[in-house]
Each structure stands twice: as C-alpha cells, then as structure tokens.
Design a protein around this ligand. Structure first.
Ligand SMILES: [Zn+2]
Length: 231
C-alpha cells in the first residue's frame, strides 16, 4: 500500500496556535499578581466577622481545535465568499447547512455532492435575541433568522441586519452577505432584506411592548459595554 494516503498534509496554514503556545509557555497558570482584600466571613448572619483574604491571578487561555470533517468545504467557501450546499445524487434533496450524507431514509445515507448556492433566501422563522453567548452580548438586541436558501430543505441560522425588528416577518426575502474579514465562521455571514418588508398587521400595544423590551436590552448593553458608546 502507498503510505502517502495515510499522511496528513497542511495545505493552508492560517493557524494562530503558535502564538498561543508561546503565550502559554511564558506563564499559563503561573501566578502573575495578587490582591489582598477584606471581606465578611461566618456561618450565620448574626456571627459575621471581617477577615483578610488573598486572591491570586493565574492567566489561563484555551484554544479549541476541531475539524469540520466532511463539511469543511462549506466553511472554506465562507472564507472565499461563496456559499456551498450539498445535493443528493439519488433523490435530489438540497441541504444548506450542508449534510455530508442524505437524510432521506430511502437514500440509505448516500454521500452528497457539493453545489454552489445562490446568495438569496426566505426567512422561515426568526427570533429577536435579548440574551446571547458572551462574544455576541455587545451586539444585542439582534435578529437571528432561519433562512431557506435556494432549494434547500434545511434552514441556515443567520443574523439579519438593516431592518427594524418590528418589521421582520416570516416569508421575507433576504440576501446573504459576507463580512469583510472572514475566518470561516458562521458569523462571517449575515443577511439583509431583499425587499420592502410587509409584516402582518400588529396592534399598537404589541409594537409598543416590543419597543419597550428592546429599549430595556439596549439600556443593559449600554451599561455593560460603556466603551462601545464612547465617542
Ligand atoms: Zn437522497
């Protein structure tokens, strides 16, 4: 057997791991600084005393590495500014997000083929995010839409921009856009309306309620990320 087939070869290297390894070598988990504080101690509210405590600081960083496996081409496509889906050669179902194998039971996990997808779709469902994972907190409130792109039978989760949350609706036609600096992350993509929104009639109370809820979230973000609002 030709042993080359078992070898792993690096074709493109945009890894930042070396930097992080160096950083970790210099002091990962080593004590870098400390504070001494005074704080309450005690087992009951009527027996509380004050005590001195020492708090040490140990910087610690983590880089997760994981493979996108057989759907790697989708993420490479994002870097290139192209949207790739998969299509089953047996039944013709199209998937975006891509599936490496067809989920139609009749196809018995047939391996799919890559196709380039149009950069347009329709909102299948959506939510207005009032809370999110740490990296996205400062962007709140934002709209997370599930968009059916082209003939896909699956829907792509994507941030919908350039629209008043009050105007978003199911069935809205959208365009898929790419951010400028891309690293192969789903967040490199976003959607914008491709038509004038035509939301179903909403009562004045409904709209006012939504606006007041959005204002509460915006106020929280302003407090939590004051630097974002400094000029
Ligand atoms: Zn199929």
């Amino acid at each position: 057997m030709n042993q080359d087939i078992l070898e792993e070869k690096i074709l493109v290297d945009k890894s930042v791991l070396k930097e992080w390894k160096e950083w970790a070598r210099k002091g990962d988990m080593r004590v870098k600084g400390y504070r001494i504080i005074e704080a309450p101690r005690g087992d009951r509210i009527d027996r509380i005393k004050r005590a001195r405590f020492m708090i040490v600081e140990r910087p610690h960083g983590v880089v997760y590495q994981h493979s996108f496996g057989l759907i790697s081409k989708f993420y490479e496509g994002i870097v290139e500014g192209k949207l790739y889906g998969t299509k089953c050669p047996k039944c013709g179902l199209v998937y975006l997000p891509p599936r490496a194998h067809c989920w139609n039971p009749k196809c018995k996990l047939q391996e799919t083929e890559w196709i380039e997808m149009p950069l347009e779709g329709v909102v299948v469902t959506y939510t207005i995010m009032a809370f999110a994972a740490t990296p996205f907190l400062s962007e709140l409130p934002f709209i997370l839409a599930y968009v059916k792109v082209g003939d896909s039978v699956t829907a792509l989760p994507i941030q919908l921009k350039k629209i008043d949350p009050v105007d978003v609706h199911i069935g809205l036609k959208v365009k898929i856009k790419f951010k400028e600096n891309r690293v192969g992350d789903l967040m490199d993509l976003y959607a914008v309306p491709a038509e004038k929104p035509h939301p179903p009639p909403r009562s004045k109370e409904e709209i006012e309620w939504l606006k007041s809820e959005l204002a509460r979230v915006e106020e929280w973000v302003r407090k939590r990320f004051p630097e974002k609002f400094k000029k």
